[in-house]
Design a protein around this ligand. Structure first.
Ligand SMILES: [Fe+2]
Length: 402
């Protein structure tokens, strides 16, 4: 039996009553038809005023379009032989302390000259374009444990707070096709991250995302970034009514959690920063995680906004190719991201390792409705941080897959 058949068999037969005709993979024809239908019902929608506190447009270094970037030298920081030597000395120093990996920090992983460079790059995340790539970590030189120390050590100079990836205090997450290796998982796979499938535009929870490429795929898997401010400007100009929809509460599926769903906006204007924070699967389900039957459906307006977010993000996106040994850092408060479908062959098996980070000194103000989640995310004590060295499915504290 193939992994796909396993997934299909475990899909519960229930659907969320009243849910619009919308699924994880955006369908442009359905989107256009929904927009046309809604404008026939109410032609005044595009003339509605913007909600209070939301400007007609925003600008600044983090508001850009893919075509604004012409060459990867604009965002790639190349590590020199001197930097790599500093990293090896820091690794030996941390090992000499004989501490659990949760104690990796700027202090325990000192980088005499590289630290200042990484701080400048952290400023680029929060006050500049919102992304950069560090190239390249000599992956094959290190054991998996050494690699975890090097990766977390370098990253602690970008953002010292590490976020928990799941309910078991894992702070590293492996992004890899796990459909065959983890086919025995009880809950199946409910997240495109653990497949070769396209991941549509979304944000992760938290401030910063780091992705280390341990191995690349044989084909595809292009990473795409898009400016939330640029997407905001387009929606504010063409459909201000949907800005109102986005800044109001949405019912997020917690897929069997307690409570069964959460309510919060997907758009915030906090302290002068436009923040879009959402993952499409929380409104449409994915794979074995179909939208729960016992929670409110999203509205037709929310379905339209969800598609509009995706298609404008795609239109204005920048494509980046991962090289083995790259670390991509993203400001997830100001940028949306996606990845294309890919094909693995033999050794060429796409494998990324993710950290969620925050730099307390440089961070944007967290919007109030997100504060509790952020606090939970960044509250994992050093002695309890787990660094899984091999891929695993993220779990809730109850043990259920997430
Ligand atoms: Fe993501």
């Amino acid at each position: 039996m193939s992994a796909t058949e396993t997934m299909t068999e475990t899909v519960p037969p229930t659907v969320c009553l009243g849910q619009p005709d919308i699924f994880y993979h955006p369908d442009e024809a359905k989107f256009r038809a929904r927009t046309a239908r809604r404008l026939v019902e109410d032609p005044t929608l595009p003339q509605r005023p913007l909600p209070a506190g939301f400007p007609p447009s925003v600008d600044g270094p983090i508001v850009w379009e893919g075509k604004d970037w012409t060459d990867e030298s604009q965002w790639v920081f190349n590590l020199t032989d001197e930097h790599l030597a500093e990293i090896d000395i820091a690794l030996a120093h941390f090992e000499s302390l004989d501490k659990p990996l949760g104690f990796i920090s700027r202090e325990t992983f000192p980088l005499p000259t590289l630290s200042a460079e990484l701080w400048k790059l952290a400023e680029v995340l929060y006050s500049g374009r919102g992304f950069f790539v560090l190239r390249e970590i000599p992956i094959d030189k290190y054991s998996r444990r050494e690699l975890a120390i090097v990766y977390a050590g370098l990253s602690s100079h970008v953002g010292s707070e590490r976020g928990r990836q799941d309910g078991t205090n894992a702070v590293l997450a492996h992004i890899k096709d796990l459909r065959v290796s983890h086919a025995h998982e009880k809950g199946g796979i409910g997240n495109a991250a653990y497949t070769t499938d396209k991941q549509v535009f979304h944000t992760d929870i938290g401030d910063l995302i780091a992705l280390l490429s341990i191995q690349t795929s044989a084909h595809g898997g292009v990473s795409r970034l898009s400016s939330s401010g640029r997407v905001y400007n387009e929606i504010a100009k063409t459909r201000p009514d949907l800005i109102t929809v986005m800044k109001d509460n949405w019912p997020l599926d917690r897929f069997g959690g307690n409570p069964a769903y959460a309510e919060r906006p997907v758009l915030y204007n906090e302290d002068g920063h436009i923040v879009i924070q959402y993952s499409r699967r929380h409104f449409t389900g994915y794979g074995t995680q179909v939208r729960s039957a016992n929670i409110p459906p999203i509205s037709e307006a929310q379905a339209e906004a969800l598609d509009m977010l995706h298609f404008y993000a795609e239109k204005y996106s920048l494509a980046l190719n991962f090289k083995k040994g790259d670390i991509q850092y993203i400001n997830s408060m100001g940028l949306l991201h996606a990845r294309d479908a890919f094909v693995d062959e033999g050794e060429k098996t796409r494998h990324l390792v993710r950290l969620w980070l925050r730099n307390d000194e440089l961070a944007w103000k967290t919007p109030k409705p997100l504060e509790a989640s952020w606090q939970k995310l960044y509250s994992v004590a050093p002695e309890t941080q787990r660094f899984p060295l091999e891929p695993e499915i993220r779990r809730l504290a109850t043990g259920a897959s997430k």
